[in-house]
Design a protein around this ligand. Structure first.
Ligand SMILES: [Zn+2]
Length: 80
């Protein structure tokens, strides 16, 4: 590992001052800075949430269908 004192910086889009690369708010002009990585992460987590929702939804549907089938078979046997 190299020295931790040297941290990556970028230019603030509002005041053009040097700010830390991970900064979400400029320390000079206090304007919010959207980093590309953070936006990408937000999109990825949103996609993951949507996928998770559909997986859970279909799993739940398959489960309830299976349960309904079992109940129907029970009823069929009762009326035989
Ligand atoms: Zn700034």
């Amino acid at each position: 590992m190299s020295d931790e004192t040297k941290r990556e910086t970028k230019k603030c889009p509002h005041c053009a001052e040097e700010v830390l690369k991970e900064a979400s708010v400029c320390k000079h002009c206090h304007q919010p800075i959207l980093t590309e990585g953070k936006t990408k992460n937000a999109v990825v987590s949103l996609v993951l949430y949507v996928v998770m929702f559909f997986v859970l939804f279909y799993a739940f549907q398959a489960f309830t269908e299976h349960e309904a089938e079992k109940q129907m078979k029970k009823l069929e046997q009762m009326y035989k």
